[in-house]
Design a protein around this ligand. Structure first.
Ligand SMILES: Cc1ncc(COP(=O)(O)O)c(C=O)c1O
Length: 381
């Protein structure tokens, strides 16, 4: 079956006991045993829960992995990936990645003696230079948040594997509908499922998908030991949201493309960052590994534009953190999603106050453009 069909007819989509076409929500912590350790595969919901299992098999199927794991947030899922490492190990990671990932490395894992180096992970020489004898993981975000920098997953996975490092890809911006990192050579794919996968700004969740059983057993160990699991209600919400992932993303991507082109024609805009544009410096690489530019784009306003005035004058765009929802969201990364970066580093990687990120939703694209136009007209000094 093709992806669009598998979004609807996924493992567990029909309840085997009742024929219900939506999985039951097993709101339960423990399961009755018929003798000590004699049970039907479910013992305690931190380890396994039937509703969560439907979600986990669903995401594994969509991404072409062997197993899926659902966590209480994207950050819990990302942390589980880092927890596979040992004290003294080193990570090479994409420069300018999501602020929460930067924060968990610098404020939490550094205390456990994990070290890391940020580089442009598409620059082979820079990646080779960054690799050390103790490098055990290449952590990629492509497109990166918020400047949409692209990394060639297959090429960099080859390099990392030749040096015995695991390859993790944060696939939040693309979702399995547009990009499947495991098929390109990654070992683990990780998502903030709070975004496109949930799609309705009503759940915080994270997912990990693994390439083989050995990696699965490590992630399972972390999931059950640390316990940052997703509850059954939220698992069900994701299963419901994922069915419309394809139609949502196709529509939002079409609007994002139109908005990106419109922004390119505006004198108030210095630069547009969107891998669906021919002028994106790594558009070719992105096209080879993903099925579209996606629904997120960023742009840099000219310094003459009053950013606060622009952001607060919009009527349809919701000023908020997060992305990947039915409503269109506008964010100023420097003061919102990337506020945990030291300001000098933010400046160096180009996430300045004049960078604005858009997550395109499902409203009429003409209304979205008209709202941006009003905002820009009012904010030019
Ligand atoms: C690319 C990316 N990865 C991970 C996360 C963290 O996910 P969560 O907020 O679900 O913990 C985010 C959140 O914005 C994100 O944008």
């Amino acid at each position: 079956m093709r992806l669009k069909t598998r979004l609807i007819h996924h493992p567990g989509s029909v309840c085997e006991h009742t024929g219900a076409v939506s999985p039951p929500i097993y709101q339960v912590s423990t399961f009755k045993q018929t003798g000590v350790n004699r049970h039907k595969g479910f013992e305690y919901s931190r380890g396994e829960n039937p509703t969560r299992r439907v979600l986990e098999q669903y995401i594994a199927d969509l991404e072409g992995g062997v197993d899926g794991f659902a966590f209480a947030s994207g950050m819990a899922a990302i942390s589980a990936c880092f927890m596979q490492l040992r004290a003294g190990d080193h990570i090479v990671a994409t420069e300018g990645l999501y602020g929460g990932t930067f924060r968990v490395l610098s404020r939490v894992f550094e205390r456990f003696n994990l070290t890391y180096t940020y580089v442009d992970t598409n620059d082979q020489e820079a990646v080779e230079r960054a690799f050390q004898d103790n490098t055990r993981m290449l952590y990629l975000e492509t497109p990166s948040n918020p400047l949409m920098v692209i990394t060639d997953i297959g090429r960099m996975a080859g390099l990392a594997h030749s040096r015995n490092a695991l390859v993790v890809v944060d696939n939040t911006f693309m979702s399995p509908y547009l990009q499947r990192p495991l098929e390109l050579g990654a070992d683990l794919s990780v998502h903030s499922a709070s975004k496109f996968i949930g799609g309705h700004s009503d759940v915080i969740a994270g997912l990990v998908v693994t390439k083989d059983k050995k990696i699965s057993s490590g992630i399972k160990q972390i999931q059950v030991s640390v316990g940052g699991i997703l509850g059954p209600q939220d698992s069900w919400l994701l299963v419901r949201g994922m069915k419309t992932l394809g139609v949502r993303l196709r529509q939002a991507q079409e609007s994002a493309q139109a908005i990106a082109l419109w922004l390119c024609s505006r004198s108030e805009i210095e630069q547009v960052y969107y891998p669906g544009l021919d002028g994106h410096p790594r558009a070719q690489i992105h096209r080879r590994q993903a099925d579209g530019g996606g629904a997120i784009l960023s742009f840099r306003l000219r310094s003459s534009i009053d950013v606060d005035k622009f952001l607060t004058s919009l009527e349809i765009w919701t000023l908020a953190v997060s992305l990947g929802a039915v409503e269109s969201i506008i964010t100023q990364p420097s003061r919102m999603t990337h506020a945990s970066y030291p300001s000098e580093l933010r400046e160096r990687i180009g996430v300045t106050d004049h960078v604005v990120r858009l997550s395109v939703g499902l409203e009429d694209v003409d209304d979205l453009i008209a709202d941006l136009e009003n905002g820009l007209n009012g904010a030019a000094s």
